[in-house]
Design a protein around this ligand. Structure first.
Ligand code: PAF
Length: 289
């Protein structure tokens, strides 16, 4: 495994690889502080690609004022160990100056799918994500890029961007990885106190209850599902709900009667704060007609 810090070095390595190999380049973009969820993306990339490229870059552009950019957890040594064990060939670890040498005057902004959920509660967040992912795609030029479905809206945004800008990359969505007790894996889980960590279990529990409800009811409204999920989350005294929404997926449009969804696939998405830590989770379900 090789670690490079500049765009020029990375491009040179990938060009050399492509010159002698007729195999695909798989790419896993991350902000580091890697956990088993990232490892599952890397393993999938390893299975499907000739060259596996991992980027580790905490992207300032996707953090709003007062968010956790400064304190976002970082542990390069552990990240590199996990990367090596997961079969990564090339790690790209640029600093902020390398990615943004001057004030960014070109922003990639995806409309529609960013109107709700984190797009509404974190203004500018997805402009930051789409801009950095677009830059990384241009730098790496991967055949496939692997993203976790915990950030399901992020995947919808990136798929829309890839479609609209005719980018030649296949987006591979990968399942959410959970701890044994159900908490979705996230680099931000490290912020949680013992009490917050225990109470955060209401998130996955509420989604499991929603799943059971959907499976046993043919006709129901979004409101019914939202109130079921919210009521369970509110049993945790430390939980402060940012949003609970039921939308079509991947178009992320509101639904009145859930069974009227055109594309048959719905997402129950939530963001909840425990103290200063904001957690997201979701469930994507096929709806029976
Ligand atoms: O999902 C993430 O870790 C980030 O949003 C990404 C895709 C690496 C862009 O900075």
């Amino acid at each position: 495994m090789e670690v490079v810090h500049t765009i020029t070095e990375l491009r040179t390595r990938i060009r050399e690889y492509r010159r002698i190999n007729d195999q695909s380049v798989g790419f896993v973009p991350t902000m580091g502080y890697l956990h088993e969820g990232h490892a599952s993306l890397l393993r999938k990339a390893r299975e499907q690609s000739g060259l596996v490229v991992l980027s580790i870059f905490v992207n300032p552009l996707q953090f709003g004022p007062g968010e956790d950019f400064e304190r976002y957890p970082r542990n390069t040594e552990r990240d590199l160990e996990l990367a090596e064990a997961s079969g990564v060939d090339l790690v790209f670890m640029p600093d902020v100056k390398e990615m943004y040498p001057s004030a960014n005057r070109t922003i990639v902004s995806v409309e529609g799918v960013t109107a709700r959920l984190c797009g509404a509660s974190r203004p500018g967040h997805f402009d930051g994500v789409a801009t950095v992912v677009s830059k990384l795609f241009h730098i790496v030029q991967p055949d496939q890029a692997f993203f976790g479905l915990k950030d399901a809206q992020q995947i919808a945004v990136i798929e829309q961007m890839v479609f609209d800008l005719n980018l030649d990359v296949e987006i591979v969505p990968c399942p959410i990885l959970r701890e044994a007790d159900g908490l979705a894996m996230s680099s931000r889980n490290v912020y949680l106190s013992k009490e917050e960590r225990e109470q955060a279990l209401v998130l996955s529990q509420s989604l499991m209850q929603a799943k059971a409800f959907v499976e046993s009811n043919r006709l129901f409204t979004s409101e019914q599902l939202i109130s079921k999920v919210s009521r369970h989350i509110e049993t945790a005294p430390l939980a402060v709900i940012d949003y609970v929404e039921v939308l079509s997926y991947p178009s992320l449009e509101p639904l009145e009667a859930v069974s009227s969804s055109d594309d048959d696939t719905i997402i129950i998405a939530l963001a909840v704060k425990f103290g200063k830590t904001r957690l997201i989770d979701n469930l994507i379900l096929q709806v029976r007609k």
